[in-house]
Design a protein around this ligand. Structure first.
Ligand code: 4AD
Ligand code: MG
Length: 477
């Protein structure tokens, strides 16, 4: 007898066949209808139980959350709501779930409640749908790069350098707290630590990816990155996954073209392969929006929003143009922005990014040529000596989803910059070597994976699109 996944049974519909299926009970109605789900699809399989045929003791164990093996004949469904169902002839209870204590009952649970039960929340429709879309997106990302001549490069997780220069790092050390050895100056003596130097969890694999791009041509990383920023927002995690392509001989224009094509391609993949989950998530969002005031509801439903991205060009705008638009915008004049825009040089906050995308252009925007002093040290200086070849891709509802740049390939200019910013160049000798030996124009960017999953699923909080979110004061599970 063949054991089927629910998804296979619903797709292949082998009517009349004696089949086996395993899964968890979603609901058990009228002591007769078990809705079984095994995670392979958002849809449940209906199992019809003739209660006269089974022990009362067994029936009692068929409660929400119990794991079952059901065997029986697949038949066309008598009832509405499903096309096929199993006429159960045998039921084996792998494990029961006490209804008094099993927290995931067949009713609406708040996302906050489910965050506390992160080990069980994947058994809900919402989280199983989100996690299947997440998995599909990861596959689409690898597929895109593999089909376009990129090599997958594994950047180290433990590093000695601070790629973004923001200093928001988690230290890696084997010193016993409070017993760190001191040197002659009374400072902690890291030469005695495990690596013989100060090390931390990486904030970005970019610098190492650059070294590989300057040998393999086109590479990408896809791994976890860590930031100890104390941002309790719906867009920040302390541990998140980043995709960082890096390409030799690409200038900023080529970099922007790639970012746009890449994003469209992975969203197209999800539209084509996750239809059922997207339909479910779209409906979920529409229900959620009913409780919001009219002006806070989004103008497009989820699937339409994804299609819109795939089918339309991103608007490319310089930072300087954006500042003009923002300075003259209604919310700025009416002092509605929390951070008012007065002068050129201001760092853009999420409220500004979202104004540009959602209110002004009404499409994804790529902002480029930012002021040098609000961006990282490695970005290529423009001839105006004020701006750098940076680009950020801004998305509706999200704000910044991609950050990237053309890299400074000129040794002297880079050295000068490192000096100005007081960066410890002892950690960057190998990075500078790239500019000594066969340097060339090159570019890359980083896509925040969870922000993309948020966009694709419509989930409002980044903590709900990663299995076990890490954020200030939380590392449970
Ligand atoms: O803009 P960021 O800081 O850029 C870099 O790290 C570059 N080294 C990338 C590169 O050029 N190779 O981060 C890139 C993206 C952001 O646009 C955002 O989507 C995401 O990473 N990101 C975060 N996502 C979740 N939580 C956080 N704390 C994030 N910080 C950045
Ligand atoms: Mg950024």
């Amino acid at each position: 007898m063949r054991s089927y996944a629910v998804k296979e049974l619903l797709a292949e519909q082998p009517i009349g066949e004696h089949v086996e299926v395993n899964g968890w009970v979603k609901t058990f109605r009228s002591n007769r209808f078990v809705a079984l789900n095994d995670g392979s699809t958002i849809h449940n399989l209906q199992c019809v139980v003739d209660f006269e045929q089974f022990d009362e003791a067994l029936l009692k164990q068929i409660t929400t959350g119990a794991a079952l093996k059901v065997t029986g004949t697949l038949v066309e469904s008598q009832g509405r709501g499903q096309s096929v169902e199993i006429q159960a002839s045998d039921i084996f209870v792998h494990g029961s779930a006490d209804p008094e204590s099993y927290p995931i009952q067949p009713k609406k649970h708040s996302l906050e409640f489910l965050r506390e039960k992160a080990h069980l929340r994947v058994r809900t429709n919402t989280f199983s749908a989100v996690m299947r879309v997440r998995s599909a997106l990861a596959f689409a990302i690898h597929q895109y790069f593999q089909q376009n001549g990129f090599y997958y490069m594994h950047a180290p997780i433990i590093t000695g350098s601070d790629a973004e220069g923001a200093g928001e790092m988690f230290r890696v050390s084997t010193f016993e707290p409070g017993k760190e050895p001191l040197n002659d100056q009374g400072e902690v003596d890291y030469t005695q630590d495990f690596f013989g130097k100060e090390t931390n969890l990486t904030v970005s694999g970019q610098l190492e990816a650059e070294t590989y791009a300057m040998g393999l041509g086109k590479v990408y990383t896809f791994g976890p990155t860590f930031r100890a920023e104390n941002s309790n927002t719906s867009r920040h995690l302390a541990e998140f996954w980043m995709i960082e392509p890096e390409m030799a001989f690409y200038d900023l224009d080529a970099n922007m073209d790639l970012a746009e094509d890449f994003i469209k391609s992975i969203l197209k993949y999800v539209l084509e392969h996750c239809q059922d989950d997207l339909e479910f998530l779209e409906k979920r969002l529409l229900d959620e929006e009913k409780s919001k005031p009219q002006n806070e509801r989004s103008e497009m439903a989820l699937i339409e929003k994804l299609r819109f991205i795939v089918d339309n060009n991103f608007k490319r705008v310089t930072y300087t143009e954006a500042i003009d638009i923002l300075r003259n915008s209604k919310p700025n004049k009416k002092k509605k922005f929390q951070f008012p825009i007065d002068d050129w040089g201001a760092d853009l906050q999420s409220e500004h990014e979202r104004y540009l995308v959602e209110k002004h252009f009404k499409c994804p925007v790529i902002l480029f040529d930012y002021p040098a002093n609000i961006k990282a040290f490695y970005m290529r200086l423009n001839d105006d000596e004020k701006t750098v070849r940076a680009m950020d891709v801004l998305f509706p509802g999200i704000g910044e989803i991609v950050g990237g740049s053309q890299r400074e390939e000129r040794l002297e200019v880079l050295q000068q910059k490192i000096k100005e910013l007081n960066i410890d160049d002892k950690e960057l000798w190998w990075y500078l070597d790239l500019r000594r030996f066969g340097t060339a124009v090159h570019s890359g960017f980083g896509l925040g994976f969870e922000r993309m999953v948020q966009f694709a699923t419509g989930m409002g909080n980044i903590r709900d699109v990663i299995p076990y979110p890490r954020f200030p004061q939380n590392a449970e599970f």
